[in-house]
Design a protein around this ligand. Structure first.
Ligand SMILES: NC(=O)c1ccc[n+]([C@@H]2O[C@H](COP(=O)([O-])OP(=O)(O)OC[C@H]3O[C@@H](n4cnc5c(N)ncnc54)[C@H](O)[C@@H]3O)[C@@H](O)[C@H]2O)c1
Ligand SMILES: [Zn+2]
Length: 351
């Protein structure tokens, strides 16, 4: 299969390319090499892959790149929380206008298979149970609560403490920041494209992906990047809130493997359909625990719990990835402790 990998020079995309080539597929890397993502020169495309430096909003470049392509792996996006709201137009342009231009080019070229890099951010807060009210959906946390160090969301009906659980794909979506809103719109556009063209689209909702090649700390990076960069400078990781917020850290090679499985299974899907799958390790960790394990693996100073917070962050978000395991036979293979040790030893991109 010839697969066009948008964002194929990025952290996750480059691993998708490697995994495709290792499975005997042909990969074409399509990447604009955004300065926000590539603070140092981007690595060349892996052996066996062609690199096209172009933007997904460029219709002509896409039309040429899609020639002879069987499927698209759409990884290109602006990621992270950004600097402030003034970034919003760039996120929307890159992620949503970009996705619509890509889908239109696929429609014209007759390419009917798509795997989208989705994200768990579409859910907002994860799944919570109140002892009295069952599953509830807490709203965004207030500045007053956060300033007072009350980080745990409470039951919207009775104010009781809640128990966080694993979020499934059928949970309602509730994007809480600009990036999250653009990731959800990408899914809606992909579903509309599938219905309209008879194509098949799958979104893999990645949880917190980590591993070698992760970009270094910029406003667009993830939490593991911040900690790894601090440790590289000999500084203690600064952990927001009380460090007990829960996440699912999934290794980049496992995410790449999920992409290959999803691409290979697209032919078996009903035409005109869109489906979403959580891609998480299934083993929730706290951010404080991740910081401590990474600091120990780096031989660095112990993390500092700061009590600071970012308004766009949710408290707990951890995945139920049994659908991906059951339907596509995916099984994450990298254990947390091993993955963190490897991440400690490996460099970051642009560091
Ligand atoms: N890293 C995570 O934890 C995580 C979690 C959930 C979802 N995702 C999604 O995974 C995908 C890949 O993220 P990543 O972490 O590898 O980020 P990354 O920044 O390392 O890679 C993204 C790549 O896309 C390219 N790109 C961005 N906009 C483009 C455009 N308009 N045209 C062409 N190329 C463009 C960038 O140059 C970069 O190489 C994104 O869609 C992101 O939303 C990532
Ligand atoms: Zn309640």
């Amino acid at each position: 299969m010839r697969v066009l990998v948008t964002g194929g020079a990025g952290f996750i995309g480059s691993q998708v390319v490697e995994a495709l080539v290792a499975r005997g597929h042909e990969a074409v890397v399509y990447d604009a090499l955004l300065p926000s993502a590539h603070t140092a020169p981007a690595p060349a495309a892996p052996d066996g892959a062609r690199l096209i430096v172009a933007d997904v909003r460029d219709r002509d470049a896409l039309a040429a790149a899609l020639d002879g392509v069987d499927a698209v792996s759409h990884q290109a996006a602006m990621v992270g929380l950004g600097q402030d709201f003034t970034d919003a137009p760039d996120y929307v342009a890159c992620n949503d206008l970009g996705t619509s231009v890509l889908l239109a080019a696929m429609a014209s070229a007759g390419v009917r298979r798509l795997v989208l890099a989705g994200s768990m951010v579409v859910y907002g807060e994860g799944r919570y149970e109140c002892p009295r009210h069952g599953v509830v959906r807490p709203g965004p946390r207030s500045v007053t609560d956060l300033d007072a160090g009350r980080f745990e969301p409470v039951c919207p009906s009775c104010g009781a403490e809640l128990h966080p659980g694993l979020v499934g794909e059928d949970a309602p979506t509730d994007p809480r920041n600009v990036y999250a809103a653009t990731k959800l719109a990408q899914e809606h556009l992909s579903a509309a494209w599938a219905r309209d063209t008879g194509g098949a689209a799958v979104s893999l909702r990645y949880h917190n992906v980590y591993g070698p090649g992760m970009p270094r700390d910029t406003p667009y990076a993830g939490v593991a990047s911040f900690f790894r960069s601090a440790l590289a400078r000999g500084e203690a990781p600064q952990v927001f809130e009380d460090g007990r917020q829960r996440r699912d850290f999934v290794h980049v090679r496992d995410v790449a493997a999920a992409n290959v499985l999803a691409l290979e299974a697209l032919d078996d899907r009903a035409q005109g359909t869109f489906a979403a799958y959580n891609a998480g390790s299934g083993e929730p960790r706290t951010v404080g625990e991740m910081a401590a394990v990474l600091a120990a693996a780096c031989g660095g100073p112990v993390p500092v719990i700061t009590g600071a917070y970012r308004l766009g962050d949710v408290r707990h978000i951890t995945a139920d990835s049994s659908r991906l395991r059951g339907e596509l036979g995916w099984k994450p293979g990298v254990r947390f402790a091993d993955g963190m040790r490897e991440f400690a030893a490996a460099g970051q991109r642009g560091a």
